[in-house]
Design a binder for this molecule. Structure first.
Ligand code: SF4
Length: 315
């Protein structure tokens, strides 16, 4: 190398392939040497994928060498101490997944095609080991068939597929999909966790599921009639401002459905936060049929759709 000092360690943040290529260009390097060891650890596998990409894209020669363990350890400890010095910068969430900010045309994204483009913070490029771990987990945890059937269900939600992707059209509502998917999974007993404010809707959902042949067990949010004082909520923090006001009890909803050994649970209008607890404590996998939005008719996306007009104040 022409201008990298002996033993100089440069710690960069971002996409490793991009950074190696950029730094080697900035430093006018003649050669990139990359270590590999292949002991099967997560770090090894990441290095493997980075090496392959650097090899493919580098305009200067790349030498891949197998690093003896003692050199690897010595090198790693130097890198870690450098990282420690730059701790604050290292903590910048530069590499964390930022899909919501991805500005690349959908059809050209790396998650859509093998040679697709990607921004910094692209998990398809940066998190190959995490993705592999997710696939392993899917196999181990028995989620494989659930994933397969829900993906088949997703496809079934479109008509005219034989006319090509540009011509397909959605043909199934969420209630139809929920019934079809539960049938596909051979579920017999379904749990319905709902909010008092959506009791009428829950009754209709119960009827439709029953008519479709399922056994339905339902649990409303206020079960137990535990006063909000129990969780430290003062009278002036209640809706009625004083007296008994039962709290939502999502953990109890989950426990009631767990006791009934439901195969699959469906939520209808649970509050923000209460839904989180229900989802955490439910033993059966869950699907959300409806979310609560007291102002927007339980369609929270209405605020997002009208962000440039009525809801501009949120911007
Ligand atoms: S995975 Fe990568 S390419 Fe796909 S949306 Fe996320 S950032 Fe964009």
């Amino acid at each position: 190398m022409k201008s990298v000092d002996d033993d100089e360690i440069i710690v960069e943040y971002g996409n490793p392939v991009e950074k190696i290529l950029t730094v080697s260009e900035e430093k006018k390097c003649d050669l990139i040497v990359m270590g590999t060891h292949g002991t099967g650890s997560i770090m090894d596998a990441m290095m493997g994928s980075t090496t392959t990409r650097v090899l493919r894209r580098s305009k200067i020669p790349v030498m891949v060498i197998r690093l003896p363990e003692y050199i690897r350890k010595r090198f790693l400890s130097k890198v870690l101490s450098t990282i420690d010095i730059q701790k604050e910068r290292y903590k910048t969430p530069f590499d964390y997944s930022q899909c919501a900010r991805c500005g690349i045309n959908v059809a050209d994204r790396l998650c859509q095609k093998v040679d697709g483009k990607f921004p910094n913070g692209c998990p398809t490029n940066n998190s190959t080991q995490v993705i592999k771990a997710a696939l392993d987990e899917m196999q181990k945890s028995g989620a494989f068939d659930f994933a397969r059937q829900s993906t088949i269900q997703e496809g079934e939600g479109y008509g005219d597929r034989e006319l090509g992707y540009a011509r397909v059209r959605p043909i199934k509502s969420r209630i139809e999909e929920t019934i079809e998917f539960s049938t596909r999974m051979n579920y017999r007993r379904l749990g319905l966790a709902f909010c008092l404010g959506l009791r009428k809707e829950a009754r209709v959902v119960d009827k439709l599921l029953t008519k479709a042949g399922f056994e339905v067990v339902s649990a409303m949010c206020k079960i137990g009639r535990i006063d909000k004082n129990y969780i430290g909520v003062r009278d002036d923090q209640k809706i009625r401002l004083c007296g008994l006001e039962p709290m939502c009890n999502p953990i109890a909803q989950a426990f009631v459905l767990n006791e009934a050994q439901t195969d699959f649970n469906i939520t209808v209008g649970l509050c923000v936060g209460h839904d989180s607890l229900f989802l955490k404590y439910s033993e059966a996998l869950c699907t959300v049929f409806a979310v609560k939005d007291r102002v927007l008719g339980h369609n929270p996306l209405a605020a997002i759709y009208t962000l440039d007009s009525y809801y501009r104040v949120l911007k």
